[in-house]
Design a protein around this ligand. Structure first.
Ligand code: URA
Length: 237
């Protein structure tokens, strides 16, 4: 189920704000009845009409991109920087699912299916977001234990589902850690390491649930298969 204004916006009729106006003004019908309530939710089976014309829904598209460094995770950037959308060859109004920082690389999903995006991002779905962080310094056992116990971010305790030391480089004074989380707070991984006193130099998301980067060089993408999409829907709680 999705909010009516979102469904109208996704059909390309109007911006989300304009769609809200259309609803409040009584220009939108759901299954033949005028709806003026902004919170109304509709499913794919409901017929939505704007000014008595049925809206045509865009078919759903799903992509996995191996995001390069120096790319923003938005649909358009006010500073004219390259965005993740620029990499995907489609006319559909897709958007990124969650966010990777400008300097973070790796797996990012893009779609025009809001429900799919919600399943991926909601912590309740318990989908692994697997990151490999190269740290500026050699992480100590006690710092790893603090992460495992859980630390506070934005007043909420967050706990990785796994933290694993992968590599230590004494010469360069760096270490590499794999960390798996289920949420996606802003700069979450970097802030988690910062909270235990060590900074992240490089961050890569290697996997989101069943989606790893196999066969995708930096900047390359592929479509998801219907079977992969069905697997994600089966995780809906
Ligand atoms: N956590 C971060 O700090 N940055 C990202 O890009 C993703 C997760």
């Amino acid at each position: 189920m999705e909010r009516l204004q979102k469904v109208i916006a996704e059909a390309g009729i109007a911006s989300r704000r304009k769609a809200e106006e259309l609803i409040v003004q009584g220009q939108v019908k759901v299954n033949g009845k005028v709806v003026t309530e902004l919170g109304t939710k509709v499913s794919d089976k409901d017929e939505v009409m704007v000014n008595n014309k049925p809206i045509v829904k865009e078919s759903k598209e799903y992509y996995l991109l191996n995001k390069p460094r120096g790319v923003v995770t938005t649909t358009n950037d006010d500073k004219n920087r390259k965005t993740v959308i620029d990499y995907i060859n489609t006319d559909a109004r897709i958007y990124p699912v969650g966010r990777l920082d400008y300097d973070t690389t790796g797996a990012i999903l893009l779609t025009n299916d809001g429900e799919f995006a919600n399943i991926i991002t909601h912590p309740k779905s318990e989908i692994d977001k697997v990151y490999v962080a190269k740290l500026n310094g050699i992480i100590k056992g006690e710092q790893i234990n603090k992460l495992k116990d859980g630390i506070e971010l934005d007043g909420v305790k967050v706990k990785p589902s796994r933290v694993k030391l992968k590599k230590v480089n004494q010469e360069n004074n760096t270490s590499t850690v794999e960390i798996i989380i289920h949420e996606g707070k802003n700069h979450q991984v970097k802030r988690m390491f910062e909270a235990v006193g060590i900074l992240v130099d490089k961050l890569k998301r290697e996997r989101i649930g069943i989606f790893n980067l196999e066969g995708l060089q930096s900047g390359e993408y592929r479509k998801l298969t219907p079977k992969e999409v069905a697997i994600i829907y089966s995780l809906k709680k």
